[in-house]
Design a protein around this ligand. Structure first.
Ligand code: MRU
Length: 367
C-alpha cells in the first residue's frame, strides 16, 4: 500500500538480493523506520520483539529467516536449528509453524548447494501467495459490505468495527480484515471504521489508524470498551477482525478482547465476521479454548504507555502504581458459535469443520 505516495509492503527483499527489509512497527505511528534483517537470529528477534507482527507477516518473516539461515550455512543442522529458533519466537499464530514447515518440506530433499536459491525463491512465493490470498479475501468481503450498503439510505455510511491490526502491516500487503474495507472505499462505498485502540500495545490506535489514515479511509479510534455501547445504539453494521489461529471447527483465536466484541455483537445482532487466510487454519485441533497456546507477554506493556510529547519526543511513561502486579494475556478465543462467518480467499464459510474442510481439502487432508 502507499505511504506518502510511495508503494510499500510490510516486508521485502532488498535490491542486493539477500537482505530483508521490513517496516519497524514498534516505531509507528511516531516514526517510519525501515529495518534490515540479515540473519535468522535477526528474523527471530524481529518476530519476538514485534518489530514485525500479525500472523501472516510473522510467517513470511520466518520464511525469509530460513533463507538467511541457508545463506550462512545450508546444512541439515543449520536448517533444524533455524527452524527451532524461529518457531520459538512467538507461540500463538499458527502461520509461523505453517511457513517453517513449508520451507523445511521444500528444502530438506535438496542438496545443500541448491538450498540457498530455493529458500529465497520459496520465501518469495510465500510472500506473494499472502498478497494474492488477501486480495481474494478482499473480493469476498467486499460482496458482504455491498449487501449492507444496499440497505442504507443514500449518503449513510457503513460502520465497520475492527480490533487490533489485521491490516496490510500485519500481512505482506492489503491485510485480511482491511482488504474488503480498502476495496469498498476505493470503489466509492461510504465506509467508516471504528478502530478499537487494542491495549496494551495499541495496535489499533497506532497501526490500523495509521494505515487507514494514509489510505484516506474515514475512521474513529475508540477505547477498547466502547464497542458494546456502539452496538446497542445501532452504530455498528458489521464487525470484521483478523485471527492468529482458527481450529478445524471454526473457533477463532485473535488479539485479547476479540471475544468480548463477539459477545457484544451476538447480544446485539451485529454480524461478526473473521477474515482469514487459509494458512491460519490449524486442522490438527478442534478445541480453541483448551488447545491454542495463549502468549503471555511482559508486564511493561500493561504497566506503561508510549506516546509523543507536544515537543515531538517519543516517551514511555508508567500508568500503573509501582508494585501492582499485572497480567498480560495477548490473545483470547472466540468460540465458533459466536462467529457469523469466515471470510476466506475461497469465499464466505460457516465456522464449521465440514465447511472449512470442503473449501480447503488440500490443507485438511490427513487430519
Ligand atoms: O500481537 P499481534 O500484533 O501480532 O497480534 C495481531 C493480531 O491479533 C491480528 O489480528 C492477527 O494476527 C491477524 S493479522 C491479519
Amino acid at each position: 500500500m502507499k505511504v506518502d505516495g510511495r508503494h510499500f509492503r510490510s516486508i521485502w527483499l532488498d535490491d542486493d538480493g539477500w537482505t530483508v527489509g521490513a517496516i519497524d512497527q514498534r516505531r509507528l505511528p511516531h516514526e517510519f523506520v525501515v529495518a534490515r534483517i540479515t540473519s535468522a537470529a535477526d528474523a527471530t528477534e524481529a518476530i519476538r520483539s514485534m518489530l514485525v507482527r500479525g500472523a501472516p507477516l510473522i510467517g513470511a518473516t520466518a520464511a525469509y529467516g530460513m533463507a538467511l539461515a541457508m545463506r550462512s550455512d545450508a546444512s541439515d543442522t543449520s536448517l533444524d536449528r533455524a527452524y527451532a529458533m524461529l518457531l520459538a519466537a512467538r507461540p500463538t499464530a499458527i502461520n509461523l509453524k505453517w511457513a517453517l514447515d513449508e520451507m523445511a518440506r521444500s528444502l530438506r530433499p535438496l542438496p545443500a548447494s541448491e538450498r540457498v536459491a530455493a529458500a529465497y525463491r520459496h520465501a518469495g512465493e510465500i510472500a506473494e501467495e499472502d498478497v494474492a490470498i488477501n486480495q481474494g479475501i478482499g473480493r469476498h468481503g467486499l460482496a458482504l459490505i455491498e449487501q449492507i450498503a444496499a440497505t442504507k439510505q443514500p449518503g449513510e455510511p457503513i460502520n465497520i468495527l475492527t480490533h487490533c491490526n489485521a491490516g496490510w502491516l500485519a500481512t505482506v500487503d492489503w491485510g485480511t480484515a482491511t482488504a474488503p474495507i480498502y476495496l469498498a472505499h476505493d470503489g466509492g462505498l461510504k465506509v467508516h471504521v471504528w478502530v478499537d485502540e487494542t491495549r496494551p500495545r495499541n495496535q489499533g490506535a497506532s497501526l490500523t489508524a495509521w494505515e487507514l489514515g494514509h489510505h484516506g479511509v474515514p475512521h474513529t479510534v475508540i477505547p477498547d470498551n466502547t464497542g458494546g455501547h456502539l452496538m446497542q445504539h445501532h452504530m455498528v453494521d458489521l464487525a470484521i477482525v483478523g485471527t492468529d489461529r482458527v481450529t478445524a471447527n471454526g473457533d477463532v483465536c485473535n488479539k485479547i478482547g476479540t471475544y468480548l466484541k463477539a459477545l457484544a455483537a451476538h447480544d446485539n445482532g451485529v454480524p461478526f465476521y473473521v477474515a482469514l487466510p487459509s494458512p491460519t487454519i490449524d486442522f490438527s485441533i478442534d478445541d480453541g479454548i483448551r488447545q491454542i497456546p495463549i502468549e503471555q507477554r511482559g508486564a511493561d506493556e500493561v504497566a506503561s504507555m508510549t506516546g509523543r510529547t507536544a515537543d515531538g519526543r517519543v516517551e514511555t511513561v508508567r500508568v500503573v502504581p509501582d508494585g501492582s502486579p499485572v497480567a498480560n494475556y495477548a490473545f483470547d478465543v472466540t468460540p465458533a458459535r459466536l462467529v457469523t462467518g469466515l471470510i476466506t480467499e475461497r469465499g464466505l464459510l460457516r465456522p464449521e469443520r465440514a465447511a472449512l474442510a470442503s473449501a480447503f481439502p488440500e490443507r485438511s487432508a490427513g487430519h
